[in-house]
Design a protein around this ligand. Structure first.
Ligand SMILES: [Fe+2]
Ligand SMILES: [Fe+2]
Length: 290
């Protein structure tokens, strides 16, 4: 029946037998409310991607602009529904899954045309790739939420894979910011370039630790230390994005950033990354040396 609430397929422990199995992307131990909050977050993000794409398309491609606007309306409608919902019904999950799948297909189509030089929008190809990866991440969450069976054991490797996802997203945000700031904004560009160097290294390390976790160690203290560092640096980046948003609102920043909303969008994603990495950190098995 549609009105039944599906049980989320939360992830199991990662070597700590006493840990409750939960979804590391959710706050507070994997309740339905956490999953709903996460779905609300990503639904809004999908709506905004559609807006940004629509605003960056060439004005003579009215067909594509119309499609982007249709996606914006579809996700605005879904956003209103998920904001009203107190539980995730199978109908709602199905509608979300179909919309996200369609949006992924649309984004892939745009990227294909850009790669083949058949479309030259005011959007970087890497930005389209980036927002597609975010949509794929959301689709995986929806599919997890739709499952009614208990989850598989969550391995350290999977947890660190999520850190890799977020470090890559954060690194790319900085790269987009650098390319959108006016060349006269030298101090901010320098600050962003420093952040870029930090996140290139964090991404590299995250990938290496993820690979090492394939050895299935019983505990991984270094990975826990690394995630602490990643949280600290992401918090600084979040503050940088929040400051850029304020400057844009006060008309004190020269840039090609199409709307202050874009700065707010990437700031919210940094907040989400911090929440998820805190959860992940709690699940990394740590042991004191004998
Ligand atoms: Fe995004
Ligand atoms: Fe993003």
């Amino acid at each position: 029946m549609d009105e039944e609430t599906p049980k989320a397929k939360y992830w199991g422990g990662v070597g700590k037998d006493s840990l409750p199995g939960d979804w590391p992307g959710s706050v507070g131990g994997g309740t339905g409310a956490d999953l709903l909050a996460e779905i609300r977050f990503w639904t809004r993000i999908m709506k905004e991607h559609s807006m940004f794409i629509g605003a960056g398309l060439p004005c003579d491609r009215t067909d594509l602009i119309r499609r982007a606007q249709e996606f914006e309306e579809r996700f605005a409608d879904l956003e209103a529904k998920v904001n009203r919902a107190t539980t995730l019904t199978p109908n709602l999950l199905r509608a979300l899954r179909e919309a996200v799948r369609d949006l992924i297909e649309f984004k892939h189509g745009l990227l294909r045309m850009m790669i083949q030089c058949q479309l030259r929008p005011n959007l970087y190809p890497l930005l389209i790739d980036h927002v597609t990866r975010e949509a794929v991440h959301f689709l995986a969450l929806i599919e997890l939420a739709a499952e009614t069976q208990p989850g598989e054991t969550c391995h350290l490797h999977m947890l660190l894979g999520r850190v890799v996802f977020w470090m890559r997203i954060m690194k790319e945000h900085i790269e987009f910011i650098i390319h959108l700031l006016d060349p006269s904004e030298r101090a901010l560009i320098r600050q962003a370039q420093e952040a870029r160097r930090t996140f290139v290294q964090l991404l590299q390390t995250a990938m290496e630790l993820e690979s090492m976790a394939e050895a299935r160690p019983q505990f991984f203290n270094t990975a826990a230390r690394f995630v602490d560092e990643a949280i600290a640096r992401t918090t600084e980046l979040r503050d940088f994005k929040a400051a850029a948003y304020e400057l844009l609102l006060m008309c004190q920043l020269l840039s090609a950033i199409p709307s202050p909303l874009l700065a707010d969008h990437v700031r919210r994603e940094a907040d989400r990354a911090i929440v998820e990495m805190r959860e992940i950190r709690e699940h990394i098995p740590v042991r004191k040396p004998c």
